[in-house]
Design a protein around this ligand. Sequence first.
Ligand SMILES: *Cc1c(COP(=O)(O)O)cnc(C)c1O
Length: 466
Amino acid sequence: MTPEQAKLLKQLPAVGTLLEREDVQAWIEETSRTAVTASLREAVAQVRRKVLANGKEAPADSEAVLKTAEALLQKRQQPSLRRVINATGIVLHTGLGRAPLCASAVAAISEAAGGYCNVEYEIDTGKRGKRQRHVTSLICDLTGAEAATVVNNNAAATLMVLKAIAADREVVVSRGQLVEIGGSFRLPDIMAASGAHLREVGTTNRTRIADYANAINEQTGGLMRVHTSNYRIVGFTEEVGIGPLAELAHRHGLVAVDDLGSGALFDLSRMGLPDEPHVRGSIEAGADLVCFSGDKLLGGPQCGIICGRQDLIQAIEKDPLMRTYRTGKLTLLALEATLRHYEDPEQAVRHLPTLARLTAQADELAPRAEALCERLLGALPDENFLVCSDVSYAGGGSLPGDALETVIVQWRPITISAAEAANRLRLQTPTIVARVHDQAVLFDLRTLDDQEFNSVVKACVSAASS
Ligand SMILES: *Cc1c(COP(=O)(O)O)cnc(C)c1O
């Protein structure tokens, strides 16, 4: 240690003394003594380390400590799970919470969640009621199913369906449909956990109805179709639709189930999106049970929806495991509000952020990109910002391989690398998550809101200068 360093360290204030200060007392009022004390201790330690590393340039007085402590306190007070800005263009980004909720779902939660709500209380009779009843008739109306129920996610839905139709029996599935979704959902493993025995038929690229027919024996519990929602098999392929599969099952007194996964509620090709199987289509084609996620193409909260034959849904609901997959009131509030928009598909596209973003056309995105670019150039005139066309993907295990034409603002930072710029954007408040490609940071207008432009501009200014 040099004499200068020793002198600087002598100036370091004691945490006890700082705690007496009026401004620090105000911090304690706003947060807590524990949080402020911890931040001050950490700030003193940081300043000490800086002095030892830098020598005489590093200031080590009360002001320096307080400035560091304030930043640490702010960081400490931020919630761990918080809003971030998704500039990636990936609409259903599993890491970023998949579907953003519609305004009426958010309103339903904020209105009811701070108090009590009638989740299991029937207002008409004053009796205890089933929590799923708030959404089941909507689901039946929208899908044409006889009955429906809801669990925590589609993984749970798939497991409950398999357990109900084939515990200790065989379920016939095509080899081309043994999906893995997001690492931890692997169909063969879910099948094993449910107690059903997987009977694989066909090959990876071709499975015919005769393959299913030949596999049926006295051990068979059901036939299953799994939507390959996060990949496509292309080329020389053949698969059996849910219609013929259901017909075959029924001829043998078996049930046909359809794990639709991403689960569109109506024909999305009407809105210019790729053709995706939808729930009503499966029910009409004869599926006895259909299950799908609430937070993929449906655009609602995380949950798994099962709909189909009444007797099968009843059997599922009687299973004691159902209690372990029970959805909370927040989910049901959001799901009911989301489903109500589907009474009119045009309305659904207008009000549900997921559908609005997926169907946004490049000519709607372009003027918004121009506006963002202009704002960025206004704030950072020496930096390189450029509007370009690009492609984005639905994400979240939906519409794989279907590139959506999009418009982006590209930033090629002058003094730092694009990767470093993206790192700095991530550490801003709010966090900005952007793609990096070919030495540029990309802001995709498909997932950015106009109301988020301010934050993006502020974050870029800070990232370019810090
Ligand atoms: C996404 C998906 C699942 C799992 O759904 P989660 O809601 O993520 O649990 C299961 N099956 C298929 C076909 C899927 O696409």
